[in-house]
Design a protein around this ligand. Sequence first.
Ligand SMILES: [Zn+2]
Length: 77
Amino acid sequence: MIFRNKCKACDYWTVFDLQVNGDTAVKTCTHCQDSTEIVWDTKAETLISDGEKDIRALEGHFPALAGLKNRGDHVRF
Ligand SMILES: [Zn+2]
C-alpha cells in the first residue's frame, strides 16, 4: 500500500510505499528511497491514518499535496 507523509531523510512531502511483513513493516520513501523498518501494530496504523488526515486538512492551504498520488511524486514548500 502507499500513503503520503513528510520524509525525514529528504525533507519532501512524498509518497511512501509500505510493505507489511507480519508484525513489522518497511516504509520506503519513493522519492529518495530511504527505508525504515517499523513495528507494525495498531499504533503504527493509527499514525499513518492520522498522517493522511493531516495531509487532507493541509490540502486546502497547499493544493500541491493533492497531487501526491503515485510513487516518486514529491513536493516541498
Ligand atoms: Zn525521502
